[in-house]
Design a protein around this ligand. Sequence first.
Ligand SMILES: *[C@@H]1O[C@H](CO)[C@@H](O)[C@H](O)[C@H]1NC(C)=O
Ligand SMILES: *[C@@H]1O[C@H](CO)[C@@H](O)[C@H](O)[C@H]1NC(C)=O
Ligand SMILES: *[C@@H]1O[C@H](CO)[C@@H](O)[C@H](O)[C@H]1NC(C)=O
Ligand SMILES: *[C@@H]1O[C@H](CO)[C@@H](O)[C@H](O)[C@H]1NC(C)=O
Ligand SMILES: *[C@@H]1O[C@H](CO)[C@@H](O)[C@H](O)[C@H]1NC(C)=O
Ligand SMILES: *[C@@H]1O[C@H](CO)[C@@H](O)[C@H](O)[C@H]1NC(C)=O
Ligand SMILES: *[C@@H]1O[C@H](CO)[C@@H](O)[C@H](O)[C@H]1NC(C)=O
Length: 468
Amino acid sequence: TRTSKAQNNQIHIFMRFFLLSICLFFSVSSDFEEDLQAVLSYYRCSDSICGILVVNENTDLPYFQLKALFEPLQTLRGGMRIENTTGTSIVNNSQLIDAKAIYNTYPISTPSEECPFYVLNNTKLDVSTLCESSNYNQFLEIQVYNNKKDCGCRGDQLTSGNMKSYKKCIALFNGLELTNMTTSPDLKSLSKISVIKGNIEIAYTNFTDLSFFKHLEKVRGRSFDSPETVILDIHDNPNMIRLGLNAVSYYLVGNVEYQWEGSMNLENLHPDFCLTYQEVTALSTVRFKNLQAKFCETEMDTGYTKSCNFTSMKNLDSDCVIIFGNVVIDSGDEEHVGKLTETIRDIYGSLTIQNTNLEDIRFLNSLNYIYFLHETIPVIRIINNPKLKKVSLPYMMSIFAKGKKEVLIDNNAPNLFRASISCLAFQHHIGANVTYNGRNCKAIDETKTSGEFGIFHVHFALLTLLVY
Ligand SMILES: *[C@@H]1O[C@H](CO)[C@@H](O)[C@H](O)[C@H]1NC(C)=O
Ligand SMILES: *[C@@H]1O[C@H](CO)[C@@H](O)[C@H](O)[C@H]1NC(C)=O
Ligand SMILES: *[C@@H]1O[C@H](CO)[C@@H](O)[C@H](O)[C@H]1NC(C)=O
Ligand SMILES: *[C@@H]1O[C@H](CO)[C@@H](O)[C@H](O)[C@H]1NC(C)=O
Ligand SMILES: *[C@@H]1O[C@H](CO)[C@@H](O)[C@H](O)[C@H]1NC(C)=O
Ligand SMILES: *[C@@H]1O[C@H](CO)[C@@H](O)[C@H](O)[C@H]1NC(C)=O
Ligand SMILES: *[C@@H]1O[C@H](CO)[C@@H](O)[C@H](O)[C@H]1NC(C)=O
């Protein structure tokens, strides 16, 4: 697109937003229209534009012309470049009343280098619902102030002193730090917040729980390309006995960087700090730095999902989806393992398979999660099953453990894992450390004489991966 020189300085601002269909009026002539017509006819496009549309500081065109031009436009094939503008800023438009177009715009921005987004000082503009638009899900920082109606509030500026001014806030941007605070009635001011964008630290408080976040449903943070970064960091609150978030949704803590999961820390809280069934479920996609918690025994109601307390395989019902307690499959239980087939989903406890004649553990194929918050013993033990030739837990999503996540596989059929690679694949898949016959996975290859099984190992491992 060829452009003519800007004729008045307001155009500069206008340029930034013309695609957002904001009503501003300028009387400027331009050959932009000609160019566009040429592009349209060249590519025989009717309701779509083919080409790269470039908007920069020199572009000018009055709104009514743009509107006529883009009226039939449904699709832009090619690309669009908005250059030399700093992100999106809609500032000082005293007449602007409608900015619906930006609700439908999908700003693309890398989470680690977010484009600035400002909507400021538009005295007639109501953008009260903008912050909830799903197109802005990925944004951690959008600044919307001094309009007729704003959305979003800055969490990073919250202190015990100004907390009362957050009464109307539904979304917080820029994270939140509640540190060195004591319980106070002002915390009620946070009760409307349902989304917090950015990382959160809650530390050195005497809070007993976080129930003042009455409507908190989502925390969306960022790990700045480091898996060590904790998004929801709750530590050193010695009176905290519950999370007490009553509106938790399944996906409570998320990460805007797709490659990392949401992460959380529960450290140095009250010794009786516990998680309810709802909370555990809501946090099942989260990676924990520390998980210093128990289950709230009396609040593990699973609703319509069938749950069972484990006493023995013999006494277990055959349609349990969730099992509470340490599951032990021992000699004589072989005939009962079918009870778990296709139904078992979660185990709240450890899993032990020992002294059996089982040849495989396919009956656990539907197992998704193991939550084990009590002991420091291994989460999974598979020992002394002389016929057991193969282990795999194909649908395992995650193991949650208070201490180290350890899996002990000992004294089963020889060559249960023939090579390090198949052991490592299993270890990686379930996300826990495997000790195989007293040593780590890597030691399997080291104990064999080189060359003997080399190629075969790789094939076996690939086969294992392919089968599941
Ligand atoms: C942006 O502006 C600078 C200085 O005004 C200019 O040198 C540069 O070429 C411009 N970049 C683009 C992509 O238009
Ligand atoms: C908006 O107006 C104020 C004065 O009312 C001015 O200081 C500020 O620079 C203006 N902002 C922009 C982006 O034009
Ligand atoms: C918004 O308006 C106020 C006063 O009306 C002015 O001080 C401030 O600079 C303006 N903000 C921006 C970003 O232009
Ligand atoms: C909060 O208190 C702890 C311990 O007393 C101290 O280390 C920390 O610097 C304080 N943090 C703030 C933000 O005041
Ligand atoms: C927390 O500290 C504040 C101020 O010292 C006190 O009023 C409140 O009772 C304390 N709360 C708890 C649960 O200890
Ligand atoms: C399972 O055990 C818990 C406490 O340990 C108890 O509250 C619950 O009623 C038991 N459920 C069944 C089905 O026996
Ligand atoms: C596995 O063990 C190593 C070394 O003991 C430890 O650094 C690592 O965190 C463990 N991994 C898991 C998933 O527990």
